[in-house]
Design a protein around this ligand. Structure first.
Ligand SMILES: [Zn+2]
Length: 414
């Protein structure tokens, strides 16, 4: 059995190290403090008996658990990130442990009147009677994704201690800077050498994801003409009005606040405007590749139309693809999802298979040649003070890792 005390101890030892990443930095890792946990993880992987433990100059960690069977088994990998989001502070995390949760409000911070309540976060009621780890209300927790690291390390430790569980070669990878979209950028897929992998970076127990958005960013620049307002007749061009035309020409209901499931959107997330120039920043998201391309085309056409209407180039648009739906790369090897689903079922976990309304490191890795679905790590309310994780979900995720290893070896034996 995987011990609750060990899981808590390990998890707390990770979240109390500040590893916030920084999008304004050009280095990898983006913050030097990520080395603190990275170096400790290397020591820990060696101490539990992992082999080929390496850390490169960008703090990417890899390690091997060798096969303990004679027959050929595909090499599988498990991946997590050790940075936390810059959206909310991850310094001085003081985890609170709530045993036998009673389903009522949890006072995170009496002084500042910060309460984690099932009236607002109804998911809490799924975990009545379980042990929850929360914040003290002043920081995030970092279950995203130190829960994933806890589960992978604990699973490896468990498999090493229980050689009667048969498995093939397993690779482990821990990355910096996932939260600023760079976790996969310097990941050496060839060195990792796995046939496929799983990111342990989902939320609620049971989550299993292999579809995500296709994603692009667009920067729209509108050029105006500034003239003294008293003498502006027929001369002034106010870029903010043209920008407003652009904004209003896109479908108002195809925005994040009006969409769900497989519905895509245009998301205007920044306007900076003066008479002379207005800059609009958008992200474009759609699960369907065709719809994704069509959305980009709509923005381009709108730009062309406004330019012809004003009889000069008043608008320019720059659209850049960011990442793609991993479904395209995972569907041809669907057994990798099936094994994870089967593992959950054997452990009495109800698989929740759904499309991610976002991206994961796994989507980039899948396009780099490492098909990589995402599995729950157990936490909720990521990126803020209300983040929490049930210890029982972390134990289940640890068991899922062991079971996937076992099933992969079993399916390839004869
Ligand atoms: Zn994450």
């Amino acid at each position: 059995m995987i011990s609750k005390e060990d899981i808590i101890k390990r998890f707390v030892s990770y979240v109390t190290v500040d590893t916030e990443s920084d999008p304004t930095s050009d280095t990898t890792p983006s913050t030097a403090k990520q080395w603190d946990l990275a170096n400790a993880l290397v020591d820990e992987l060696k101490a539990i008996g992992m082999e080929d433990v390496t850390i490169d100059k960008h703090a990417y960690i890899m390690a091997t658990l060798p096969s303990n069977v004679d027959h050929d088994v595909p090499v599988i990998g498990f991946i997590s990130h050790f940075d936390t989001t810059p959206d909310f502070t991850g310094a001085n995390v003081k985890p609170q442990i709530i045993e036998d949760y009673d389903g009522k409000d949890i006072v995170l911070n009496a002084e500042q009147n910060i309460v984690l309540s099932p009236d607002y976060f109804e998911d809490l009621l799924l975990y009545k009677g379980q042990t929850l780890i929360t914040t003290d209300g002043t920081t995030l927790l970092g279950a995203d994704d130190k829960a994933g690291i806890t589960e992978i390390v604990s699973a490896m430790e468990y498999l090493i201690a229980n050689p009667q569980i048969k498995h093939g070669k397993i690779r482990v990878g821990f990355t910096p800077d996932e939260e600023i979209g760079r976790g996969a950028h310097k990941f050496d897929v060839a060195k990792f050498g796995a046939d496929w992998a799983y990111t342990m970076d989902g939320s609620q127990i049971g989550e299993l994801e292999y579809e995500n958005f296709n994603a692009a960013g667009a920067v729209v620049k509108v050029k105006g003409k500034i003239v003294h307002p008293g003498y502006a007749k027929g001369k002034m061009v106010n870029s903010m009005y043209i920008a407003t035309e652009f904004i209003n020409s896109l479908p108002r209901l195809e925005t994040p606040e009006h969409t769900e499931g497989y519905q895509g959107f245009f998301h205007l997330y920044s306007i900076k405007g003066e008479v002379d120039e207005t800059v609009l920043e958008y992200i474009i998201r759609d699960h369907d590749k065709g719809h994704f391309e069509a959305r980009k085309e709509v923005m381009q056409k709108l730009t062309d139309e406004l330019n012809s209407q004003y009889e000069r180039e008043v608008i320019t648009i720059e659209i850049k693809d960011q990442y793609y739906n991993m479904k395209e790369k995972v569907e041809p090897v669907m057994h990798i999802v099936d094994i994870a689903e089967e593992a959950m079922k054997q452990l009495d976990i109800k698989p929740l298979i759904k499309a991610i309304r976002g991206g994961t490191d796994g989507s980039q890795l899948s396009y780099m040649g490492l098909p990589c679905p995402n599995i729950f790590a157990g936490g909720h309310n990521f990126h803020g003070r209300y983040e929490y994780v049930p210890v029982e979900s972390m134990i289940k995720a640890t068991e899922v890792i062991c079971k996937i290893a076992e099933l992969t070896a079993l399916k390839n034996s004869k």
